[in-house]
Structure formats: structure tokens, C-alpha cells
Design a protein around this ligand. Structure first.
Ligand code: IMP
Length: 193
């Protein structure tokens, strides 16, 4: 196998955030969250599938290292997209499994682009009467400034290119890559038609 190019090398144009940078920043965010939620006995991470899968797993373990107990809930939502742009129309594919009334909720998001998906989600969660709701998003694009839902914890501000890896997909591919990268334009032509 040695000497062969990895399968994704022909598709990836450049890596924007490395595996090491993600790990370091995740640990920093966990430290900050641990300090902010000291004394809170039930911090509920609400992870937004599928994109936030990797970040949630690493972030929860980083919080564990800081000694902060968390519980995990998952929602799966699909934001209708036109090409690579969010439309703000959201469909729930998997709802919360339990009552979040009175809970301290921390939404764990992969990426905030326009912020439309997150705005919708925050309204939805607020209608279930949690004690508090904050957001931890690993990546934020410049477009998020326009709609600006309150993002208390942000990992990286990145350019507005369409990115893949570390949970993020293009046509359900590339989620398993441990870094964040930009695809070569020809991939969109090949996969997206
Ligand atoms: P928004 O509603 O524009 O903020 O888009 C949010 C959702 O779109 C994210 O949760 C991702 O699922 C997806 N998304 C936004 N930008 C990208 C990207 O660059 N790559 C992959 N998915 C993205």
C-alpha cells in the first residue's frame, strides 16, 4: 500500500484547518465552557447531525478531561440547500429524545454559514423552555455576520469557500477526513453535475 496516493488527494485543493489545530482549539473551547458552566450540574450538549458528529465526540471528551459532566442529545435536521447555499427551510429528521425544560443547553454545531439553520434551531429549542441556550460552533463563515444568531463559542473564522472534512460533506462524501479542506472545483462538476 505504501507509496500509493490516498484516495482523497486528487479531490482536495488545500487544507484550511489541520487536525492538530482542531484538537488544540477544541481543548481551548472546552476549558472556556468548563469555566463558564462551573456549578451547573446538568450541561446538555445538543449535537446537530450529521455534520457536528466529529466535533461533538471530540468536544465532549475534551470537556470530560476538564472534569465537566455533560449529557448528550442529538437532533438531525436537513436544511434545504440550493447548490451549496442554505435556503433557511429546515426539516427535522430526528427530534430530541427528551424534555429539555429547565436544562442548560449548549448547541454543538459544525459550521455556521448564513446562520439561517441555526436561527431556526434556536427558536425551536427556545419553545421547549430550557434554562439557558448557548451555541458552540467549530467553524464560522463571514456570511454569518449578517443574520448573527448569538454565537458564544466559535472555533475558527474561515473564508466563505465551500469546505469539507471533519464531519462536513459534499454529496455525503469526505466526512471522515480529519481536517477541514476545500475541494477542487472540478469535483463539483463531477459529483454535482
Ligand atoms: P447555514 O444555514 O447557511 O448557516 O448553513 C448551515 C448548514 O449548512 C451547516 O450546518 C452545514 O450542514 C451546511 N454547510 C454550510 N456551509 C457548508 C460547507 O462549506 N460545507 C459543508 N456543509 C456546509
Amino acid at each position: 500500500m505504501g507509496g500509493e496516493r490516498l484516495w482523497y488527494e486528487r479531490d482536495v485543493e488545500r487544507v484550511i484547518v489541520t487536525e492538530e489545530q482542531i484538537a488544540t482549539r477544541t481543548a481551548e473551547l472546552a476549558k472556556q465552557v468548563s469555566a463558564d458552566y462551573q456549578g451547573v450540574d446538568r450541561l446538555l450538549l445538543v449535537s446537530v447531525l450529521k455534520g457536528a458528529l466529529m466535533f461533538t465526540a471530540d468536544f465532549a471528551r475534551a470537556l470530560g478531561r476538564c472534569g465537566t459532566p455533560v449529557e448528550l442529545e442529538f437532533m438531525a435536521i436537513s436544511s434545504y440547500r440550493q447548490g451549496t447555499t442554505s435556503s433557511g427551510v429546515v426539516r427535522i429528521l430526528k427530534d430530541l429524545d427528551r424534555d429539555i425544560g429547565g436544562a442548560h443547553v449548549l448547541v454543538v454545531e459544525d459550521i455556521v454559514d448564513s446562520g439561517l439553520t441555526l436561527s431556526w434551531l434556536l427558536k425551536y429549542l427556545a419553545s421547549r423552555s430550557p434554562a439557558t441556550v448557548e451555541v458552540a460552533a467549530l467553524f464560522r463563515k463571514p456570511g454569518a455576520m449578517r443574520t448573527a444568531p448569538p454565537l458564544k463559542y466559535v472555533g475558527f473564522d474561515i473564508p466563505s469557500d465551500f469546505v469539507i472534512g471533519y464531519g462536513l460533506d459534499y454529496a455525503e462524501k469526505y466526512r471522515e477526513l480529519p481536517f477541514l479542506a476545500v475541494l477542487k472545483p472540478e469535483v463539483y462538476r463531477r459529483v454535482g453535475g
